[in-house]
Design a protein around this ligand. Structure first.
Ligand SMILES: NC(=O)c1ccc[n+]([C@@H]2O[C@H](COP(=O)([O-])OP(=O)(O)OC[C@H]3O[C@@H](n4cnc5c(N)ncnc54)[C@H](OP(=O)(O)O)[C@@H]3O)[C@@H](O)[C@H]2O)c1
Length: 413
């Protein structure tokens, strides 16, 4: 089945993916094998088939982005919404303090907001969660127990040894642990599971690191400094008097998350003699990471400076690194997932890019932008990466993860 056939070029443009003729493609390096995900066959879903989805935390920063992004999705249909007792019982347009740049989709405006209880989501196949981490743990567990497929943005299950932590442009192979997660549940689940996304800053850095490890073998050390947008803290987030004219050099828990999550994502899955699967945390080739996280007065888009040392000696040159970043094609693209970016990593030539205000919406924020690839005098190579923290750093990751789960038959319709 061809998505181009179903959707046509207008749909591709409507999603914000630049068409080959589009003038919105910024200058810089572009892969020569420019490919459209819509030209590939997609497995796991039939032409015209629609999939009901629910959104938990639908009124929050990430929840609103789910709703904005899903408005034009080819097969996911927003069917049920959940939020706190403050919002439950109201129509969505009355409950939400809408902060997106597009209007509330007409199909969602009048949907009722429910309490986050599985009984209201029985007709959903997939549930996307933008819940506050303080409440996500118990609620998401209840939804999994009700045999629903949950894709979470909260930190609650990222360290669970049976829950995959998936950045969809990096480690979709980790979906292979889902049968084990289902079998360990009492009683064993037929359809339910939890998949988590990474922290938004982790997402930005693991995509280029995965590309470099694929091309050049293990990265040995990595130094990261983040300049994180205020939207990363949800709404209303950091008080304006703390962030205007300022940089806050501390985000509680963030550095530890980046240093730990990167190992789970970039590591593999090993199997014991008894056949049990376990994440290996990059154990074969230790990867040392040091992150310093700061909050800056930017609304959306985390900028990160990254220096890496490769295990391989001599290391690749900056030009070889640029080429490897450009050539990187994740499985989500190969499978033809409709929300996957056309270019997982866009590599800028200009010295003053990427910048959050200019580059955060490229490909609807579904890829990452890298620039300033150059030699590092202490490690080997350094560069700057920009990640849209609310899109590929949150909602878009969950959406692509669900698309991949359908394409690989982890979710059956
Ligand atoms: N913002 C980002 O860039 C980003 C990136 C990656 C991951 N995340 C993670 O994504 C999650 C959501 O973040 P956010 O920025 O969207 O937060 P947010 O704007 O504060 O939204 C939180 C959502 O949780 C709901 N909620 C709060 N208490 C609840 C309860 N007791 N029961 C049910 N629902 C409840 C809220 O509903 P009401 O409106 O009814 O209160 C709201 O819909 C967090 O775990 C965060 O760490 C965020």
């Amino acid at each position: 089945m061809s998505f181009a056939g179903i959707l046509g070029r207008d749909f591709v443009g409507a999603l914000g993916f630049p068409t080959p003729q589009s003038s919105s493609v910024p200058p810089g390096f572009l892969p020569t094998d420019s490919q459209s995900p819509f030209l590939h066959d997609m497995h796991g879903i039939h032409q015209g088939e629609l999939v009901n989805i629910g959104v938990l935390g639908a009124t929050g920063t990430v929840g609103q982005r789910f709703i904005a992004l899903l408005e034009s999705h080819p097969y996911f249909v927003v069917h049920a919404l959940g939020a706190s007792a403050r919002s439950a019982g109201k129509a969505y347009s009355k409950a939400v303090n809408w902060k997106q740049t597009t209007p509330i989709p007409a199909s969602v405006r009048d949907l009722p907001v429910h309490a986050c209880e599985p009984e209201h989501f029985r007709e959903c196949v997939v549930v996307f969660s933008g819940l506050d981490a303080d409440v996500a743990g118990d609620i998401e567990a209840a939804f999994r127990a009700a045999d629903l497929a949950v894709f979470s943005n909260a930190k609650s299950y990222r360290r669970d040894p049976h829950v995959p932590l998936i950045v969809p442009l990096v480690n979709t192979s980790h979906l292979s642990i889902i049968p084990q997660q289902r079998s360990l549940h009492t009683p064993p689940l037929r359809k339910g599971f939890i998949v988590t996304n990474a922290n938004c800053s982790t997402t930005g850095v693991v995509i280029p690191l995965a590309a470099l490890e694929r091309a050049f073998g293990p990265v040995e050390s990595c130094l990261i400094t983040t300049m994180q947008a205020v939207s990363g803290a949800g709404y209303p987030g950091v008080p304006s008097l703390d962030i205007f004219d300022n940089i806050v050099p501390y985000i509680p828990g963030e550095e530890e998350k980046m240093e730990w999550e990167t190992l789970k994502i970039l590591g593999g899955i090993g199997e014991s003699d008894a056949g049990a699967q376990a994440f290996d945390m990059h154990a074969g080739t230790p990867l040392r990471i040091s992150a310093s996280c700061t909050r800056v007065p930017v609304i959306e888009g985390h900028t990160e400076t990254v220096s890496v040392r490769f295990a391989r000696r001599p290391p690749p040159s900056p030009q070889q690194v640029r080429e490897a970043l450009l050539a990187y094609t994740p499985e989500a693209q190969t499978l033809g997932c409709p929300s996957a970016p056309r270019h997982a990593i866009y590599v800028h030539e200009e010295d003053d890019r990427p910048q959050p205000r200019l580059d955060r919406n490229y490909q609807q924020g579904a890829g990452v932008s890298v620039g300033r690839v150059r030699q590092c005098r202490v490690l080997d190579v350094k560069f700057v990466v920009l990640v849209n923290n609310v899109n590929i750093g949150a909602a878009t990751s969950s959406i692509i993860n669900a698309e991949v789960a359908i394409a690989k038959g982890v979710i059956t319709l």
